[in-house]
Design a protein around this ligand. Structure first.
Ligand SMILES: [Zn+2]
Length: 351
């Protein structure tokens, strides 16, 4: 007896999701304390059991450094924190408790881990405040496995202007007018060591300058579309076009306030997977399917109805299927486009 159509569709979707390498390009970790990532935890939106349950094959975990004062003490503390967080992230790549994980620092390694049934743990740095004014630390972060550096968080640093100045730290609207001269050198050094330049959190000018300057395409690891939701953290049409023209990628993110403005959220239903995919659709129509990916910002404020933790990851694939995307496009969104950029960065570094 034939299965009802809905059931057959669901079966095909489950097969598709299971066949994909899914990569979430921005996840935070609790710091300094937090529940063991190898145990299911009600306090974490991402832990390894949830990744396994949701078929989430790879995650970029951010060593996130909050912006502080631009002085020697602040920079030393920021760097120490980033190194300690990278150690914590690396420990997630040591398998235990029956869960196979692997620390992965290249695109090939991520694909290899997935092929062998291991969850890929990919380290990253969020906020180049952790560089201070010492660019030699970039190579040391790369040696610890970091695959990208987000050039700012909220607040300007010595490298670049942020989309969101920190008045409480004395920020004006702009500090450098985009990238600083040191920031330009930092981008060159990141290119040299094979790290991706993450333009999420940057001011519009800094983002556009980084896209033009970087020897390899930049990535916005957790941003959404400003035309659909007018938030300073989102990318406008000119910025999307700059990604297209330079080969870059935007990883649309599950932060409710970046998907629908607060005004639009009331009294309409809560922000959900449909909104996330609306943003993906917009990027696809404007700059094409090879320039968009997916991120959650879980445990950093991200979470939407239907994708509120890593265990619910198949819901995103299901919505992409429902919108008519094919397997190849969905594979690109889920990791292919991001891994292409990693490979380009690695190739420049090894050249
Ligand atoms: Zn962030």
């Amino acid at each position: 007896m034939p299965k009802p159509r809905g059931c057959a569709l669901r079966g095909r979707m489950t097969d598709l999701h299971a066949s994909l390498l899914t990569l979430d390009s921005h996840i935070d970790i609790p710091w300094p304390d937090g529940d063991d990532p190898f145990r299911e935890s009600p306090n974490r939106r991402v832990d390894l059991p949830k990744m396994r349950a949701g078929g989430l094959g790879a995650g970029c975990f951010a060593a996130y450094v909050p912006q502080g004062r631009l002085d020697a003490v602040g920079h030393a503390e920021a760097s120490a924190r980033a190194f300690a967080m990278l150690d914590r992230i690396a420990a997630m790549g040591e398998p235990r408790d029956g869960i196979l994980t692997r620390l992965c620092t290249t695109a090939d390694a991520i694909e290899q881990a997935h092929a062998e049934g291991a969850i890929a743990i990919v380290p990253a740095i969020e906020n180049a405040y952790a560089l201070g004014d010492d660019l030699s630390v970039i190579a040391r972060y790369r040696a610890k496995g970091a695959c990208y550096v987000t050039l700012t968080h909220n607040g300007h640093n010595l490298i670049a202007d942020s989309a969101i100045p920190r008045r409480d730290l004395g920020d004006g609207e702009i500090r450098h007018g985009g990238l600083s001269p040191l920031g330009r050198e930092a981008v060159a050094e990141m290119n040299r060591v094979g790290m991706l330049v993450d333009v999420s959190h940057l001011s519009r000018a800094a983002m556009l300058q980084a896209a033009q300057l970087s020897a390899t395409p930049v990535v916005a690891t957790h941003s959404s579309v400003r035309t659909l939701c007018d938030h300073r953290r989102n990318l406008d049409d000119d910025q999307l076009d700059a990604l297209r023209d330079t080969g870059g990628v935007i990883q649309v993110t599950a932060m409710p306030g970046f998907l629908r403005t607060r005004r639009e959220q009331v009294p309409s239903p809560e922000v959900g997977v449909g909104d996330l995919v609306d943003h993906i659709d917009y990027v696809v129509r404007r700059i094409g399917p090879t320039h968009v990916g997916i991120s959650s910002d879980f445990d950093g404020g991200g979470a939407i109805a239907g994708w509120s933790n890593a265990a619910e990851t198949p819901a995103v694939t299901a919505e992409l299927v429902r919108r008519g995307y094919g397997a190849q496009e969905i594979a690109g969104f889920w990791s292919g486009n991001f891994l292409r950029l990693m490979r380009l960065a690695e190739a420049v570094a090894s050249a």
